[in-house]
Write a protein that binds this ligand. Structure first.
Ligand SMILES: Cc1cc2nc3c(=O)[nH]c(=O)nc-3n(C[C@H](O)[C@H](O)[C@H](O)COP(=O)(O)OP(=O)(O)OC[C@H]3O[C@@H](n4cnc5c(N)ncnc54)[C@H](O)[C@@H]3O)c2cc1C
Length: 403
């Protein structure tokens, strides 16, 4: 029996779109299809990348979710790579069946693009770490059970070398989560004030003070997911995909993200206008090229090589979303300023124009993504960093030092 047949037979016997989501995910995990390239000890089958693509194809063909989390599940991949044995035993399966809501506690008021400038501190106290500081723009913090947190554990070494990476339990005294109202009128992200909160020592990922390395792995997963997906109009997709990183590949839920601009133009009676046709063709081309690039990147990854193309995806998606919203508004003209259910097309154009900033800022800005591509893909000289080798305690800071 070929792998295609094996997966197909399993899906034919088990897949039912009416099955409750978590129950279905549990079945996929237990069958080894959720993370096919992982070892059997961690719910995988030890398959090659190429075979895992076969698994994903069968799932996609039936519209069944839950497969290829070894590529898409930011939380589980980071935990599996760097977590302690007890933490993995407690959380890997729960993460794979989407039973744990997570958030990313990276950005601070004085550290966004330059995450190495964080000033949240973690001090070892017996078999725990005591954490104090402030995070901001934290998507889903109001719902999260754990946060992936970066905090400073050594103030006397240069900024990249004194950071550690934790799974912080969010539901405890000392964590105060306050919602931030967004330009779209929604509240999906938060300020998080942390005052002597505690993380058990086995919630440290990677070595003490080696959190920068863990962070790079986690950011790479996040950016690769963001290059694949985008959020649709609020009228099509009600719930947010903040961070686009919630484990499950979100593409099924966001198929509405690609607004059919030709249909909008026809409905508005403008599909014969050359300038409109040209603008629609441009967005169509950008979408197609990004789709092909993502497929090429995945093919390269599945053959075991790294893929520089992957780093283009997030930047490309940002451009597609801004340009798509612009053309949408161009077609509707002044009507695109209307909000509300009376004119769903206008509401969508309006919302998508505002929400395009989600991808061009969240998970690293377009400018930072260009720096990364310049330095790591094109091999251009590194951006000058005057404080790179200075002990963090002596670095000039945007806000008060707590060191
Ligand atoms: C929708 C959304 C969700 C988010 N979710 C989370 C989350 O869950 N967790 C979390 O920790 N954070 C989250 N963020 C925060 C996000 O990661 C930061 O906003 C982002 O990294 C930029 O940091 P900043 O806002 O401090 O801007 P800054 O770093 O202050 O940047 C300001 C401007 O300067 C530019 N700039 C800065 N440095 C350079 C440079 N070296 N070269 C060229 N240009 C530069 C930037 O591109 C930007 O235009 C989210 C943001 C958004 C929009």
């Amino acid at each position: 029996m070929t792998l295609h047949e094996e997966v197909g037979d399993w899906l034919d016997s088990n897949w039912d779109p009416a099955r409750p989501r978590q129950e279905w995910l549990a079945a996929v995990v237990d069958a080894g299809w959720a993370v096919p390239t992982w070892p059997a000890e961690w719910f995988g089958r030890g398959l090659s990348g190429a075979d895992a693509v076969v698994v994903a194809e069968e799932f996609r063909r039936r519209g069944a979710p839950g497969s290829r989390q070894d590529v898409h599940n930011l939380w589980a991949n980071t935990l599996l790579t760097y977590g302690t044995q007890p933490l993995k035993e407690r959380l890997v399966r729960r993460l794979l069946i989407d039973d744990v809501t997570m958030c990313l506690l990276y950005s601070e008021p004085g550290a966004g693009s330059d995450l190495a400038a964080i000033q949240t501190r973690a001090d070892c106290d017996g078999d725990e770490f005591v954490i104090t500081g402030q995070k901001v723009w934290t998507s889903q913090a109001h719902r999260a059970e754990y946060g992936m947190l970066i905090a400073r554990t050594d103030w006397d070494v240069p900024k990249h070398r004194g950071i550690s990476f934790f799974f912080l339990p969010m539901r405890q005294p000392g964590i105060d989560v306050r919602g931030i109202k967004q330009i779209t009128g929604e509240t999906h992200f938060n300020e998080v004030f942390i005052d002597s909160a505690r993380a058990p020592a086995d919630h440290l990922l990677g070595d003490l003070n080696a959190g920068w390395r863990v962070l790079q792995t986690a950011l790479a997963y996040e950016r690769s997911v963001m290059g694949d997906v985008a959020r649709g109009p609020r009228t099509i997709v009600k719930e947010s995909l903040d961070g686009a990183a919630n484990g499950e590949p979100q593409s099924q839920g966001v198929s509405g993200a690609e607004v059919d601009l030709a249909a909008v133009a026809r409905a508005a009676g403008r599909s014969g206008e050359p300038a409109i046709r040209q603008a629609i063709a441009e967005v169509h081309s950008l979408r197609a090229v990004n789709r092909w690039n993502n497929l090429r990147a995945k093919a390269q990854l599945s053959q075991g090589s790294s893929s520089p193309i992957l780093s283009l995806g997030k930047l490309a998606m940002s451009r597609i979303l801004h340009r798509g919203a612009y053309v949408h508004s161009m077609i509707l003209g002044a009507e695109s300023m209307l909000v509300g259910t009376d004119h769903p097309d206008a509401d969508a154009a309006n919302f998508l124009a505002l929400n395009a900033y989600f991808t061009s800022i969240g998970g690293g800005t377009d400018q930072i993504q260009r720096n990364i591509i310049g330095e790591r893909v094109l091999g251009l000289p590194r951006e000058p960093e005057v404080d790179r080798d200075v002990p963090f305690r002596d670095v000039k800071k945007a806000t008060t030092t707590r060191g």
